[in-house]
Design a protein around this ligand. Structure first.
Ligand code: SAH
Ligand code: SF4
Ligand code: F3S
Length: 439
C-alpha cells in the first residue's frame, strides 16, 4: 500500500482532541501515517469547535488557506470534521468547495469507509444524528503521561447559550468493557494518568445496566494494577452525588479535583440560562465537597455578558467567584450561537465593549482567586506526577508536573523524571503555578 500522510488540526476541547487521536488511529490502519507538517500531507483534516463564533471563524480561515494549497496539489484531500461539521452539514461544501468530506462528530467511526470514497473522487457529507457504531480501533494517543478516555458523549441539558447538545447529540454512555480495555492498553503503553471525558460525566450509566454509574466505573478503574491517577471532567453541579464524593475520598487513584461550571453567580441569569440551580444551591454543593474532600481543587466556567445581564447581575458573578474561593475558572464573553434559545434575544444583547470590559474584570478576579488558592499550599509537601523536563535558556534544568489536585509545579532537577511520581515541598506560589523542591 502506498504510504500517504495525514495532518489533523484540532481546534476544540479535550473531547475533540480525543477524537483526533481516534482519527489518526483509524487512518493509520488504512495506510496513512501521521505528520506534523501540513505541507507534506496528502490529507488535511480540520477538527472544528463551534462553542463560540471565534472558534468557528478559525476553522473557515484555516481551510481557506488549505483550499489554496489544493490548486498546486490537486490530489490533496480536505476533511472538515468536528462540531461545526455536525451542525453545518451540506452547507459547508457550498461555502468551501474544496472540501472533500464533511464528517460530523456522530459519524467519527465511519471515517475509514468515507476516506475510500473520497479517494475515488466522491465528495461526501456524513452528519446523520444517528451515531455510527463504535468499533474496536487503534488509538494514536498524543505522547505524554495523560490519556483521555471518553466515557459518555452528548448533552440533554440545553442551556440556552450552548451549541453542544446540537453538535454532540443526546447523552449516551460508552460500554464499560470498551472503556476498561482502552484504559488497560493505555496503562500498558506507559500512561500514568487517565482522564475520563464527558460533557456531563455524572450522567454516565443512565442508559446502562442498573448500578453502572460514575462511581461504579471509578471503582473498576481504580482496581486496575499499577500506580496511576484518575481524573474526570465535566460535572454538572446538581448531578454530583454523595456516592461520587465518597468514591473520590475512598479511592487512592482518584484525584481530589472537580470541574463544576457555574456560568453565572446571579439567580436571574442562571434561570435565563436554563441552569437547574441558584447561587445558594451551587454554594452548598461547593461547601459540601470542600468540607469532605481534603485539599480539593474546584474549578469552574463563567460567561460574561449573557443577553440582558445587568451590571449588578454581573457583579454577583464576581462576588460568587471570590466568596467561593474558586481555585481557577475558564472565562468567556457570551457568543450568540445559531439554533440556541438565547441567540434569539437580540434586543437584549450586551454591547461588545461592555462584554469585553466585563470579561477583563472577570479575569482579574480569576487571577486573584488563583493566587490565593496557590498560596494555601506554601510550605506543604505534595506528590507531583512529572510531565516534562526542560533546559531553560539560562541553563536551569526544570521538571514540571501536577499535584493530585491539579496544581502545576516547577521543580529544579538535573534529571528527566517524566512519568515519575516525586515528593515535593512547595517553596513559592505564583498566579498560574507553584515552585517546589524535591524532598
Ligand atoms: N458541559 C459543560 C461545558 C461545555 S462547554 C457544562 O455543563 O458546563 C464549555 C464552556 O463553554 C461552558 O461551560 C461555557 O462556560 C462556555 N460556553 C458555552 N457556550 C458559550 C457561548 N455561547 N458563549 C460563551 N461561552 C460559552
Ligand atoms: Fe452546554 Fe449546558 Fe450541556 Fe454543558 S450542560 S454542554 S453548557 S448545554
Ligand atoms: Fe468541544 Fe467545541 Fe464541540 S468545546 S464539544 S469541540 S463545540
Amino acid at each position: 500500500m502506498e504510504n500517504k500522510k495525514v495532518y489533523i488540526e484540532t481546534l476544540g476541547c479535550q473531547m475533540n482532541k480525543s477524537d483526533a487521536e481516534r482519527m489518526y488511529g483509524m487512518l493509520e490502519h488504512i495506510g496513512y501515517t501521521q505528520t506534523e507538517n501540513p505541507k507534506e500531507a496528502d490529507m488535511l483534516i480540520i477538527n472544528t469547535c463551534s462553542i463560540r463564533q471565534l472558534s468557528e471563524d478559525k476553522a473557515y480561515s484555516q481551510i481557506g488557506v488549505w483550499g489554496k494549497m489544493k490548486k498546486s496539489k490537486p490530489n490533496l484531500k480536505i476533511v472538515f470534521a468536528g462540531c461545526v461539521a455536525q451542525q453545518g452539514g451540506k452547507s459547508i461544501l457550498k461555502r468551501a468547495p474544496y472540501v472533500d468530506l464533511v464528517l460530523g462528530t456522530q459519524r467519527l467511526y465511519e471515517l475509514p469507509n468515507l476516506v475510500k470514497r473520497i479517494e475515488n473522487g466522491e465528495r461526501v457529507v456524513s452528519v446523520e444524528e444517528k451515531p455510527f457504531e463504535e468499533s474496536d480501533i487503534q488509538i494514536n494517543r498524543v505522547k505524554g503521561i495523560n490519556a483521555w478516555v471518553p466515557i459518555m458523549e452528548g448533552c440533554n441539558n440545553f442551556c440556552t447559550y450552548c451549541i453542544v447538545p446540537y453538535t454532540r447529540g443526546r447523552e449516551r454512555s460508552r460500554k464499560p468493557e470498551l472503556i476498561l480495555a482502552e484504559i488497560k492498553k493505555a496503562l500498558a503503553e506507559g500512561y500514568k494518568e487517565i482522564t475520563l471525558l464527558g460533557q456531563n460525566v455524572d450522567s454516565y450509566g443512565k442508559d446502562l445496566e442498573e448500578g453502572q454509574n460514575l462511581s461504579w466505573l471509578l471503582r473498576q478503574i481504580n482496581a486496575l494494577e499499577g500506580k496511576f491517577r484518575i481524573r474526570f471532567v465535566t460535572n454538572y453541579p446538581t448531578d454530583i452525588t454523595d456516592e461520587v464524593i465518597d468514591t473520590v475520598i475512598e479511592l487512592d487513584k482518584v484525584c481530589e479535583y472537580f470541574h463544576i461550571p457555574m456560568q453565572s453567580g446571579d439567580d436571574y441569569v442562571l434561570k435565563k440560562m436554563n441552569r437547574r440551580y441558584d447561587y445558594a444551591t451551587y454554594k452548598k454543593i461547593c461547601d459540601h465537597i470542600r468540607s469532605r474532600v481534603k485539599d480539593v481543587t474546584i474549578t469552574s466556567d463563567f460567561i460574561a455578558g449573557f443577553p440582558g445581564e445587568t451590571e449588578e447581575q454581573f457583579e454577583n458573578t464576581l462576588k460568587a467567584m471570590t466568596e467561593l474561593e474558586l481555585d481557577y475558572s475558564n472565562t468567556a464573553s457570551y457568543s450568540p450561537r445559531e439554533k440556541t434559545v438565547a441567540a434569539k434575544w437580540v434586543d437584549k444583547y450586551i454591547p461588545e465593549d461592555v462584554k469585553t470590559e466585563r470579561l477583563a474584570r472577570l479575569n482579574e478576579h480569576n487571577r486573584a482567586c488563583c493566587l490565593k488558592s496557590n498560596k494555601k499550599y506554601l510550605g506543604r509537601e505534595m506528590e507531583v506526577l512529572v510531565e516534562n523536563f526542560e533546559v531553560r535558556k539560562n541553563g536551569d534544568k526544570v521538571i514540571t508536573g501536577r499535584t493530585r489536585n491539579n496544581k502545576i509545579v516547577h521543580i529544579p532537577c538535573d534529571r528527566d523524571l517524566t512519568g515519575e511520581f516525586v515528593n515535593v515541598k512547595i517553596t513559592n506560589a505564583r498566579t498560574w503555578y507553584l515552585n517546589g523542591e524535591l524532598i
